[in-house]
Write a protein that binds this ligand. Structure first.
Ligand SMILES: Nc1nc2c(ncn2[C@@H]2O[C@H](COP(=O)(O)OP(=O)(O)OP(=O)(O)O)[C@@H](O)[C@H]2O)c(=O)[nH]1
Ligand SMILES: [Mg+2]
Length: 656
């Protein structure tokens, strides 16, 4: 039998915990052997954060009442022995609901009031404005309390049409989509804009984020969901009812949310839910199966996905079976097959991606630490050469040698101008990068877009207007890439000179490649145009819709720009740290050389003794080098860490 999603996620979590533990070990070892300089510790921190903060988001998207919330209950919350997410006939979930765990906040439910839509900020902005959220205290250990709190996401208010219009739930241009009025002419609108449940559930603690969404009308004009939140999910589960098949509104949602930006298909799973409604005591089991199969094939054809991407289940019976521990019913619900599809596809791919990212980080870390070792090795062999030259020489020669080293030291200290110049040019170019990609520049680019989109008659040329803005944004990244190439050329030249002058082994770190970010912008542009193409174009006439759309765009582009700036910064820091490390080692080297000569001056026969010491130190370095390779290779493996060779030099690993 295949493992359940929960088990697979547990393993994924164990793999991550194991990595964090080994990283700590490695850090101790590096510190004890004096190998933890700035660039090494930066790499360490990055690796640690990368593992710790990596999230896996699964979004559940469908028309109302298809069973999104019920499916979430069945897959993730059956252990509570009851429904946690409210699921009932008609519209239930009224606002997008994110379930996750962030240890920096107390566990509980936070709700963002719908009125925030009247203010000009994106959801991303509101996430950090804690005081604007309504906190609902929850005892997350207690199923009753949790379930009671979650009913908040179903809350609605009845408001006059004007207010509904302002909030984005009423559009005069598309009357067919407007909700019904009550006897007093009021409109039903969600009370909350977004809900965040922060809860130390084992899966959520390991980085799973679940996004439950409301059906079509309850979303209203919230482009952020379509153009920002859902495209960033690692998997999207789209749900149909086995009784209804693909309806017109299912198709509308599919087209708006599920047609992907880049990576096609694989991250989309179609669920044909409520197969229990086809279970019929008058039909033979074979007939029922044939009927389910027919519905799956039909749905696959209508949506244009391969048949195997459509999975039939009964969320309700699955939940019931898990709670009652009824194995036959669970098999009948076909929930296990869906869970393993989610697990294999989603977690498998996620883990591979994380592994690749981490491996790149680990080899950079190894290279940084190995560089420190090789500088030390070279210093030792130079010292040995220098000392061997003293064999059989008289004391005046030795005195002379000492003063030569001191002179060299003084010259070295005064020749730092080239290094200072390099630093200042680097700093200036980096400030230019910030100016191009920073949020002030972005704001003005996007303000222009918003203003243009609001012009009457713009609908026909939306593609062109977006194209112009995105050309500008892509141009910014290219401009920055040109700047980094310039810095890189300078680094190469200066490093080569310093290497020649001082015998350093500086090597400019690989220049960041920003083309991936350009591709991300392409994807964002496509998703926006797609969104506007599926019937949202008319809404551009509403100025607040336009603003919301551009804000959602702003927060995604900002993320891309910030990630690009981080890459550039990391690269620039790595170059600086190398320089620092070599300067530090060189200074230490002068001190050691003077010390050696001093000792030989003072004691006859000290020469051979000192040479012997140097040989021993060289051997130590070799052992450290081997151990470094071994320990970094073991970071991502599950194998036990072998003990160090007996008699190995100081600073062996201690358990963290
Ligand atoms: N028979 C049957 N009913 C189901 C199944 N799954 C869900 N339901 C019922 O369908 C209704 C809607 O389920 P929900 O989970 O609230 O649907 P939803 O997609 O979250 O709907 P909204 O929150 O309104 O967007 C509820 O009454 C569920 O009990 C199923 O597998 N079989
Ligand atoms: Mg729901």
């Amino acid at each position: 039998m295949s493992r359940s999603f929960n088990q697979q996620f547990d393993q994924h979590g164990a793999w991550r915990r194991n990595f964090a533990h080994r990283l700590k070990w490695l850090a101790n070892w590096l510190r004890e052997n004096d190998l933890m300089d700035h660039s090494v510790s930066d790499r360490m921190r990055e690796l640690e954060a990368q593992m710790r903060t990596s999230k896996v988001m699964v979004a559940f998207v469908a028309e109302f009442s298809r069973g999104k919330s019920e499916l979430i209950n069945a897959i993730f919350f059956a252990g509570y022995g009851r429904r946690i997410m409210p699921a009932s006939a008609g519209r239930t979930t009224m606002c997008p609901t994110e379930l996750g765990y962030d240890a920096t906040y107390l566990p509980g439910l936070r709700l963002l009031p719908i009125e925030t839509r009247l203010e000009p900020h994106s959801l991303t902005h509101w996430r950090d404005e804690t005081e604007r959220w309504t906190e609902v205290p929850v005892d997350v250990q207690d199923a009753e309390s949790l379930s009671a709190a979650m009913h908040k996401v179903a809350e609605v208010d009845w408001v006059p049409v004007d207010r509904a219009r302002a909030l984005g739930f009423w559009n005069d241009d598309t009357p067919q989509d407007n909700p019904m009025l009550d006897a007093e002419g009021r409109v039903e609108v969600p009370r909350w804009r977004h809900a965040l449940l922060n809860m130390p559930h084992p899966l959520l603690e390991q980085g799973l984020v679940i996004l439950d969404t409301p059906g079509l009308n309850a979303i209203g004009a919230e482009p952020e969901l379509t153009v920002s939140l859902i495209p960033q999910a690692h998997a999207v589960v789209f749900i149909l009812g086995a009784d209804t098949g693909v309806t017109r509104s299912d198709l509308a949602i599919w087209r708006e949310h599920l047609v992907t930006e880049g990576d096609p298909g694989e991250t989309r799973i179609v669920v044909l839910n409520k197969i229990d409604t086809l279970w019929d005591t008058l039909s033979a089991p074979g007939q029922i199966d044939a009927q389910i199969e027919r519905q799956c094939t039909l749905s696959a054809d209508t949506l244009g996905v391969p048949r195997e991407r459509v999975l039939p289940v009964s969320a309700q019976k699955g939940l019931q079976a898990k709670i009652a521990k009824d194995a036959a019913l669970l098999q009948g619900s076909r929930l296990p097959a869906l869970e393993s599809a989610l697990g294999d596809g989603l977690l498998g791919r996620r883990e591979t991606m994380l592994r690749l990212a981490v491996e790149a980080g680990v080899s950079a870390l190894r290279a940084e630490a190995a560089r420190i070792l090789s500088v030390r090795e070279r210093d030792l062999s130079e010292q040995a050469l220098e000392l061997q030259g003293l064999r059989g020489k008289n004391s005046s020669v030795i005195r002379h040698m000492r003063s030569r080293i001191e002179q060299e030291q003084a010259e070295f200290e005064s020749s730092n101008t080239r290094i200072l110049a390099l630093r200042s040019v680097q700093g200036k170019l980096l400030r230019e990068v910030y100016a191009v990609l920073g949020s002030t520049a972005l704001k003005s680019d996007l303000a222009r877009l918003a203003a243009t989109l609001k012009r009457p008659g713009i609908k026909l040329s939306v593609r062109k207007v977006y194209g112009a803005t995105f050309d500008l944004l892509r141009g910014n990244l290219r401009e920055v890439q040109a700047t980094t190439s310039e810095i890189q050329a300078m680094l190469h030249a200066t490093f080569r000179q310093l290497n020649a002058e001082h015998g350093f082994s500086l090597q400019a770190p690989a220049e960041p490649d920003l083309s991936g970010f350009v591709n991300e912008l392409d994807g964002i542009e496509r998703s926006h145009l797609h969104y506007l193409g599926v019937g949202n174009l008319l809404k551009l006439a509403q100025s607040d819709f336009c603003d919301r759309l551009v804000r959602a765009l702003g927060s995604r582009v900002r993320t891309v720009n910030e990630a690009a700036m981080t890459e550039v910064e990391r690269w620039s820091k790595a170059a600086g740290a190398q320089l620092d490390a070599q300067l530090k080692e060189r200074r230490r080297n002068f001190v050691r050389r003077i010390e050696s000569v001093e000792r030989i001056q003072n004691a006859a026969g000290g020469l051979d003794e000192r040479l012997g010491e140097i040989r021993a130190q060289e051997q130590e370095l070799q052992v450290l080098n081997e151990r470094l390779k071994e320990l970094t290779a073991l970071l991502t493996s599950q194998e036990p860490i072998p003990p160090a060779v007996p008699g190995a030099p100081r600073g062996e690993l201690r358990a963290a």
